[in-house]
Design a protein around this ligand. Structure first.
Ligand SMILES: Cc1cc2nc3c(=O)[nH]c(=O)nc-3n(C[C@H](O)[C@H](O)[C@H](O)COP(=O)(O)OP(=O)(O)OC[C@H]3O[C@@H](n4cnc5c(N)ncnc54)[C@H](O)[C@@H]3O)c2cc1C
Ligand code: SF4
Length: 549
């Protein structure tokens, strides 16, 4: 069949809708044209990490090839092909006329911005349009309204238990397996030097994305982060499954135990291997000669790094959870219930919960700023050039890999922004751009809600504010820092200590009645007024000099 032959039906596949198991693909039909398109509107709505753009574009290309090999009619358009169209509606209008299309189908976008755009577009269409479920999540789109309500302060635990019962996961009849819903007390340990030797090296792929990097440059796409012509992230179902298997084999047994741990000493102890990566520049992306990164483990530890494959829908959450549970069941005690429960909670619990909160509260959620934070993000968030070792480690790692694990996002960078009073719009834009897995539906409630408390407690029951003490408890960062974690107001004192008390003092009316922070205020009020004054003065000095910390 000629590539240009008319098609009765056009089916749009967005970059995060790469679900090969979708019912759309059960039948092959030459009257249906599947369209995947690289678009400037998607590369430019925020400044993305270069590896993130490459991962989405490479995964779309691979998905188009897989569909074509399965006998479907596919049009895969690159930035070169779509440059003449102003946006997605303009492209669709052009294609509908070119292929004499009589029906338009799309899967419901998970992002409000795109859902609005397509819904408005369909309202103006003179041909029938149909929206389909993505068939990806545990809860279908239409079911969310039964679980989530606008403005309601939902709690993860309650929701998670309901889903465990409904989907019969880790259950013995009506009771949780092992008699407990939560094993946090056994998890969340610090990683000690004696644990270093057995930390697994991350499984990395070598997907050639040099053509995509050249294209980004040609179309002047502005990006952040380190560009590699070899992309380490999985872009096909086969690779994503390999990563899942690797996680189950090497990481699951310690997943919960070291879920919150952070280290900068692990890689310092391992010898770097000399070598170079072939690098291709993408516009203003930072490009540098680096040593071969195989020896680097501290950025991934025991985390699955499956979030990109999940969020692009290359893997389904059911497949990931079922595979992990099967591994636990076959492990003959080598993987404890605490570890598998910790993992299932993240995917069945947090991931579905966050999505429910997003859809119940958009579009208003995007403007919430409960604590009235207005400060600009310090410029070193874009370079990692700060003397605070914890921030430097988390930011540089994010720029190098487009990845940081949950506690680095929540308790290092997120905590700093919270206690320094950074505007949640700026914080959201940074998180939405920098991470490989950042799509608004999952990024925003985590950032604006859980980490910045800008939603006033819709996602979490307290603000995740912490002093240097928390970082010192969960990491070895402080041992390599020029600041002194035990001090609060000296010239060399850890900035997080004074900023923490300043934040708590400033928001005393918001938090003093909260049972989870009552003790904090009791400790603060125990300090002599002169000591309080010195701490608050130090915080004000730090805020005035925020770009030079
Ligand atoms: C400020 C902030 C911003 C975040 N932004 C994003 C984002 O843009 N995209 C994103 O997918 N996650 C986000 N998260 C959640 C979490 O940090 C990442 O899902 C996780 O770090 C991804 O790495 P991993 O695949 O190795 O996860 P693992 O630690 O191996 O966890 C397994 C899986 O559980 C799921 N998961 C765990 N925690 C969460 C959570 N809080 N919300 C949703 N899913 C969760 C993810 O799918 C993850 O792949 C954010 C968290 C914070 C605190
Ligand atoms: S001393 Fe403070 S700034 Fe330095 S690493 Fe520790 S917590 Fe971070």
């Amino acid at each position: 069949m000629s590539e240009h032959q008319p098609a009765k039906r056009l089916r749009l596949i967005l970059g995060d809708q790469l679900n090969a198991a979708h019912s759309w693909y059960q039948q092959q039909d030459d009257d249906t044209l599947y369209v995947l398109a690289e678009l400037k509107q998607e590369t430019d709505y925020v400044k993305h990490h270069v590896q993130k753009v490459c991962a989405f574009f490479a995964a779309m290309q691979a998905f188009a090839n897989a569909l074509r090999n399965a006998g479907h009619r596919v049009l895969h358009l690159t930035l070169d092909d779509t440059a003449k169209y102003q946006d997605l509606p303009a492209l669709l209008t052009g294609l509908m006329s070119q292929y004499q299309v009589r029906e338009f189908h799309y899967q419901l976008p998970d992002e409000y911005r795109l859902r609005q755009q397509l819904s408005l577009f369909c309202r103006e269409l003179s041909i029938p349009a149909m929206a389909f479920e993505t068939e990806h999540f545990y809860l279908s789109d239409s079911e969310l309204k039964d679980y989530f309500f606008e403005g309601k302060k939902h709690r993860l635990e309650h929701f998670y238990r309901k889903l465990r019962c409904r989907f019969k996961l880790l259950m013995q009849g009506d009771e949780p397996a092992g008699g407990q819903w939560n094993y946090d007390a056994e998890n969340r340990q610090k990683l000690k030097a004696t644990d270093f030797a057995v930390v697994p090296a991350p499984l990395m792929f070598t997907n050639d994305v040099s053509d995509i990097l050249t294209r980004l440059k040609r179309h002047n796409v502005k990006t952040i982060g380190l560009a590699h012509s070899s992309l380490l992230w999985p872009i096909t179902r086969h690779q994503a499954n390999e990563l899942l298997q690797y996680f189950c084999r090497h990481c699951l047994a310690n997943f919960g135990r070291f879920q919150d741990a952070m280290t900068h000493e692990l890689d310092m102890l391992a010898a770097p291997v000399n070598g170079e990566l072939a690098l291709a520049p993408a516009s203003d992306a930072k490009v540098e000669q680096v040593t071969t990164p195989e020896y680097k483990k501290q950025w991934s530890l025991y985390h699955s790094r499956l979030s990109f494959a999940l969020n692009a829908k290359i893997l389904s959450p059911q497949h990931v959870v079922d595979t992990a549970i099967a591994t636990y069941q076959q492990a003959d005690g080598a993987i404890t219930l605490a570890q598998i429960e910790g993992f299932v909670r993240q995917i069945l619990g947090w991931r579905e919960f966050i999505r429910g909160v997003y859809w119940a509260n958009m579009p208003e959620y995007a403007c919430l700023n409960h604590l009235g934070a207005k400060r600009e993000l310090p410029s070193w968030f874009w370079s990692g050039n700060t003397n605070m070792n914890c921030m430097q480690q988390a930011i540089k790692q994010s720029l190098d890999y487009a990845y940081a694990h949950h506690i680095q996002r929540l308790m290092v960078t997120g905590n700093f922004c919270l206690i320094a009073g950074i505007d949640p719009d700026e914080v959201d834009a940074w998180y939405l751009g920098i991470y490989i897995d950042a799509i608004e539906w999952v990024e925003m409630p985590n950032t604006r809600g859980m980490s910045q408390f800008a939603d006033g407690g819709i996602v979490g029951s307290k603000a995740y504010a912490a002093s240097g003490n928390y970082i010192n408890k969960m990491s070895d960062y402080c041992s390599g820092c020029q600041y002194e974690v035990k001090q609060s107001h000296s010239d060399n004192a850890c900035p997080l200590n004074a900023l923490y008390w300043h934040f708590m003092q400033q928001h005393i009316d918001d938090f003093k009645a909260n049972p989870r922070t009552r003790m904090v205020y009791a400790n603060w009020l125990k300090k002599p007024p002169e000591a309080q004054q010195l701490i608050l003065q130090r915080a004000e000095f730090l805020i005035r000099n925020i770009d030079n910390l």
